[in-house]
Ligand binder design. Structure first.
Ligand code: BJ8
Length: 426
């Protein structure tokens, strides 16, 4: 890190000893998994820098924004509309975490059979190691899966500023109405927090900023259809993960610069793996930073991941918001249209997700699909077997994996993925 941020972290209430331990483990993992990759595009240097400063410079920037009168809103789900936060003069940051922390203490609050993502949220709060969470003026929880919505009842007692957004369960007209009503309520809550009224102009500007960010990620995704793949799945996942923390305009410019470079690589036939290397699509639960376990195993075995049907991937960023409406209500309708298409497994029924997995497998020329489920995640576990069956009927091999953030099953995962790759190669 380029500066000593200890005073800043202390003022945010972090436990400096625990935080040092977390940064040291993260730094080591990042070096082993990311920096050690061969033939990385030069454009990934920006993302390396962001990661090296994710708890440093980025937090300082957020605190500077706060000092200038802006507010910070933390969220745990891609259903929380960043456009509204931006329009109300707030910055939205993702708070989901991808590592175990303070596990014993977490188990005092949550049942052991809770998914790792929720446990990690609590671990980062209880262990006092997340400066994003501590810098947030409002934290938005959303009633998606049972684990999340019940855990927010407990989280609400650990943080002072939790705002809970209700969510529909069905893609019905009533479900859409509920989502719209919740977005209106969220807009009012954001306005109350910042003291800034959302206007047609400010919402259009918020939509433009987020559309540009998503369009850049769509461009990155499309380039991965090339064989050889010009960028690793690990690096593409990192770009998606960084999108939850970074300044939107700077992030968009950096992804577009990376894409310019990848276009040249494709023209020169340059890839991160030889042409014809096995190509896999990841599908399932989100992979929050620093959850790189499964992609790291896959790519250490000579395969390449060419797409992520994840919320930290295409499920989170596909579809743009139509910004042509001239009224606030019209723009809110357009927002709801876009977000209501997110095919999270908490919806029932959820046929769009399966159709999207197939569509992605074809578009990115994947040889197979890895269905990634976090242990105790009922929505995605329930969709795993039907998804694998439907894919295999279409001639697309699929392997269902269930794991958590621990490292003790890495050998077993490696054996299963290796066998799957052998099947694909044969
Ligand atoms: S839109 S996927 S970010 S809810 S892994 S906590 S589902 S038990 S994270 Fe999600 Fe929004 Fe859906 Fe995406 Fe529950 Fe499953 Fe845990 Fe999960």
């Amino acid at each position: 890190m380029s500066q000593d941020y200890r005073t800043m972290w202390k003022n945010l209430g972090l436990d400096l000893t625990a935080h040092d331990a977390l940064l040291s483990v993260l730094g080591q993992a990042y070096g082993d998994i990311y920096v050690s990759q061969k033939d990385r595009p030069a454009g990934m240097g920006y993302f390396d820098f962001v990661m090296s400063e994710v708890h440093g410079l980025r937090i300082k920037e957020l605190l500077d924004e706060k000092a200038a009168g802006r507010k910070i809103i933390g969220s745990y789900c891609v259903f929380v509309p960043e456009e509204i936060a931006l329009a109300a003069n707030a910055t939205l940051v993702g708070l989901c975490a991808g590592a175990d922390f303070a596990v014993d203490e977490v188990h005092r609050y949550l049942p052991r059979n809770t998914c790792a993502l929720i446990k990690s949220t609590f671990g980062f709060k209880l262990g006092k190691v997340c400066p994003f969470l501590e810098a947030s003026d409002m934290i938005v929880g959303e009633n998606t899966c049972d684990g999340k919505k019940k855990s927010y009842e407990i989280l609400g007692k650990l943080v002072k500023n939790l705002y809970v957004m209700d969510m529909p369960q069905m893609k019905s007209p009533e479900g859409r109405e509920l989502l719209k009503a919740e977005y209106v309520k969220f807009m009012e809550a954001a306005e109350k927090l910042t003291g800034v009224k959302v206007t047609v102009e400010s919402l259009k500007a918020g939509i433009a900023a987020v559309n540009a960010k998503r369009a850049a990620l769509h461009r990155l995704a499309a380039l991965r259809a090339a064989d050889p793949a010009p960028v690793s799945g690990l690096d593409s996942l990192l770009a998606n993960q960084v999108s939850f923390y970074d300044n939107p305009a700077r992030f968009t410019a950096s992804v577009n610069a990376l894409c310019d470079e990848l276009e040249k690589r494709i023209a020169a036939g340059q890839g991160v793996r030889p042409k014809g290397a096995p190509r896999l699509l990841l599908s399932g639960c989100p992979m929050a930073v620093p959850n790189w376990k499964v992609p790291a195993i896959v790519e250490s075995l000579g395969a390449v991941i060419v797409g992520e049907e994840l919320c930290t991937g295409e499920r989170g960023v596909r579809n743009l918001v139509d910004d042509s409406a001239k009224t606030l209500d019209g723009l809110l309708e357009a927002l709801v249209d876009r977000y209501f298409k997110i095919d999270c497994a908490v919806f029932t029924p959820n046929p769009e997700r399966l159709a999207h997995v197939e569509e992605m497998a074809k578009a990115y020329k994947a040889d197979g699909v890895l269905h990634y489920g976090l242990s105790f995640c009922t929505p995605y576990s329930m969709e795993a077997a039907p998804a694998a069956e439907a894919l295999s009927k279409k001639g697309i091999p699929a392997l269902c994996l269930e794991t958590d953030y621990a490292t003790d099953d890495m050998g077993q995962l490696k054996t299963r993925i290796e066998a799957f790759l052998e099947k694909i190669r044969a």
